[in-house]
Design a protein around this ligand. Structure first.
Ligand code: PGA
Length: 311
């Protein structure tokens, strides 16, 4: 068996990434001779040179490449072991940073509350933001995962859908179409629609849907929140298209009406998304598992069932 220490492997990985003893020393808060010494010992154990110097630059040798490959796999295994042990300790502590699209704000706190009842020792932070900010947070690896309805194409992301996200047409209860049955899509062309802001997932889905059906809508004021759209629709400024998840209170209080339009609801999905190569922490894995197994059920009870009956 090869007698190397984890410390040697860690120092080696830093030098192999930086291709510089000086930069590796800075990264590890060590002196350069200390780094050189660790590498020298590792090379002695390996019986082969791990770096070669050409001019002023250093490169990995073939043995160096192998050492890097196996070293990383050992580090991954240790990480995984940490995650498994966290799990065995019963997730006694941990942090979780989640970001959600603005519409998901209508159910995310309830889901987090249910998760927190199961894992009270995990501290959760929730950021409610727009799609653009979500994409930046994913790119910068700032959060454990995000919840969104319109994941981007072509990026290296893992996306899993955990619940339906039906979009419906809403009107004030005294609107002339409020009691009409099976309203043809074309009839909507005679109405004015209040629009969510550019970049909203709801808006992207709605525009795609009508473009696909060859229908051009008359659009009125643009508003950057579901609340504003609902208020304006309730005040008779026009029709709106929102996720059914945003409507629980208004439907209960009969302040808004879901119109019975042919082709509606537009059924979309909620996705939990993180970079493909992200190594989720134990709390991250627990939350993702919870979303995939429990969220649809909880959301059906809280939102969709009572509201859908009114469709
Ligand atoms: P949003 O919701 O419209 O608030 O961005 C996300 C989505 O439905 O995709």
């Amino acid at each position: 068996m090869l007698h190397v220490t984890l410390r040697q492997l860690r120092v080696f990985d830093a030098v192999a990434r930086q291709l510089s003893f000086t930069r590796a020393a800075r990264e590890l808060h060590l002196t350069q001779p200390a780094v050189s010494m660790q590498i020298k010992q590792l090379e002695d154990r390996a019986g082969l040179a791990l770096f070669e110097q050409i001019g002023k630059r250093i490169f990995l040798t073939e043995a160096g490449h192998e050492m890097q490959r196996y070293g990383r796999s050992i580090a991954r295994q240790l990480d995984e072991l940490g995650t498994v042990l966290d799990g065995l300790r019963g997730l006694k502590s941990g942090r979780l940073a989640i970001s959600v699209a603005s519409t998901a704000n209508y159910f995310a706190p309830q889901l987090l509350a249910a998760f927190w009842r199961r894992f009270p020792a995990i501290t959760v932070s929730l950021d409610v933001t727009n799609r653009e900010a979500l994409l930046r947070q994913l790119a910068e690896n700032e959060v454990d995962m995000v919840i969104m309805g319109q994941p981007p194409q072509g990026l290296s992301l893992t996306l899993e859908s955990f619940a339906e996200n039906p979009l419906v047409v809403i009107a004030a209860p005294d609107h002339s179409l409020a009691t009409a049955r099976r309203i043809p899509l074309k009839r909507l062309q005679r109405e004015t629609f209040l629009m969510r802001e550019h970049g909203s997932g709801t808006r992207i889905a709605m525009e795609r849907f009508f473009a696909h059906k060859g229908i051009t809508l008359t659009t009125g004021t643009e508003m950057s929140s579901n609340e504003a759209i609902k208020q304006a629709v309730g005040a008779g400024m026009g029709l709106g298209i929102v996720s059914l998840h945003t409507l629980e209170l208004e439907l209960q209080a009969q302040r808004l009406k879901v119109l019975d339009v042919q082709g509606f609801p537009i059924v979309r999905h909620w996705y939990v998304v993180h970079p493909e190569d992200k190594r989720l922490s134990a709390s991250g894995l627990a939350f993702k598992g919870f979303l995939l197994e429990e969220a649809a059920k909880l959301m059906r009870t809280a939102h969709a069932a009572p509201s859908l009956k009114r469709l």
